[in-house]
Design a protein around this ligand. Structure first.
Ligand code: OMP
Length: 216
């Protein structure tokens, strides 16, 4: 497992961002684990997380000009990554959106750098069924940006629907030609759990969940 993958999983455990139990997802599925990026709630934790994302992006080789962080969780994530890239010598423009349009002041739903004509890397927390990512793609296209890549902290590697054996990340990538980069995924979590005495007991429920909703 590459260094940024295990480093991210350890950081997520330390921050209590990765929990085990029973969680109902946006899709309605009941999952034995949940990743809550909102628990990366200190400057240091966000800086360390930004470093893991930037390593994943750099090792993917994806070409892009600008970052987009969808509201809400994508906003601090994209900001942390932009700061990390500035330490690596790349001063990336950054855009994010509001969920509610503003009808006064500068107005509109987008904040930050103009996306028109720019190759945009979407930064989000998790991909499960792909709904959030598809919404972000629509926002970028409406602003005449060019979606160039998607990076998430965790690819849960789940089918989007019963009639498609591919993961949501695989189907988004196949339909759009846009690469989906994950700092880590369910396979990494299972491998990480095998080597960690405190987590080994969670492997069985994780495997059962993967058998039900996991992609091929
Ligand atoms: P999809 O839109 O189905 O891909 O689900 C992704 C979204 O679900 C994320 O942006 C989160 O809002 C939420 N989520 C988590 O934050 N962590 C998880 O482990 C799982 C989910 C989820 O509901 O699937």
């Amino acid at each position: 497992m590459s260094d940024h993958r295990s480093r991210f999983l350890q950081l997520a455990l330390n921050a209590d961002a990765l929990r085990f139990g029973q969680f109902t997802l946006k899709s309605g599925r009941v999952s034995p684990y949940f990743f809550n990026a909102g628990r990366f709630d200190t400057g240091l934790a966000l800086a360390q997380l930004g470093n893991c994302y930037a390593d994943a992006v750099d090792s993917s080789g994806v070409a892009f000009d600008q970052l987009f962080g969808p509201a809400y969780k994508g906003i601090p994530l994209a900001t942390a990554i932009a700061c990390e890239f500035s330490h690596r010598g790349r001063n990336l423009p950054l855009t994010f959106n509001r969920k509610e349009a503003k009808d006064h002041g500068e107005g509109g739903t987008l904040i930050g750098a103009d996306m028109a004509g720019k190759r945009i890397l979407i930064v989000d927390d998790v991909i499960t069924a792909g709904t959030a990512i598809r919404e972000a793609l629509a926002i970028i296209r409406a602003a005449n940006g060019i979606p160039a890549g998607i990076v998430v902290a965790l690819d849960r590697q789940e089918i989007a629907s019963e009639d498609d054996p591919r993961s949501a990340a695989q189907s988004v990538a196949a339909e759009t030609g846009i690469p989906v980069i994950a700092v880590s995924n369910l396979a990494d979590l299972l491998a990480f759990a095998s080597g960690n005495p405190e987590l080994v007991g969670y492997r069985e429920p994780l495997l059962a969940y993967r058998a039900r909703y996991g992609s091929n």
